[in-house]
Design a protein around this ligand. Sequence first.
Ligand code: DC
Length: 217
Amino acid sequence: MIVTIDGPAGAGKSTIARTLAGRLGFRFLDTGAMYRAVAWAAMERGHDWAQAEALVVLAGELQLDVDEQHVAVNGRDVTREIRTPEVTAATHYAANNPGVREILVTQQRRAAGKDDIVTEGRDQGTVVFPHAECKIYLTASPEERARRRTKELVARGQATTVEEVLAAQNRRDASDSSREVGPLVPASDAIEVATDGLSPDEVLDRLEELVRGKMSS
Ligand code: DC
């Protein structure tokens, strides 16, 4: 079974999707990590962002290994490096590039194979796995998302404020929603779950119930 979880930045998708996969005994695929890894590799190589075609070539040459815990680019573990504010801010160059998306979409389908999987991103239910048996669109208000994200960043030792995070998040939301290929939109058959005011455990219980309902139907 394929479970897709799409939604905007900061809706809590990563943690929720990973934990849900654990509860169900499914594999987990973090597709945002793949776009981040391409951006990280480009920055490492001093890539000129104006050269969109060169970014596609680079993405095609990279060996990306994304598993439940780690992300590696050509064998180097970059799990932490891809989460810095610099990489986060540059990732739209990879995500908005149709050629890069084509390469990563193919890799995502291959990575899923025939396994039971929870896959998380922006276009999983719409583009990558349109026939997924269970599609979830996870949302929360911009303010709630920014508050959660600020807490996470501060816990990781990054000095920032809710206002700063909200401004950056608004830019990413606009970029995610307006791109021509793979924009952030709910699939017509996705179940929308708003997480404002819910604890992670409450969200997880609700999603697990949804998936188990689909499994037995
Ligand atoms: O979920 P995240 O913050 O790790 O995603 C990083 C960026 O990649 C974000 O700008 C959205 C983009 N992305 C995408 O375009 N398609 C996906 N399937 C996953 C993420």
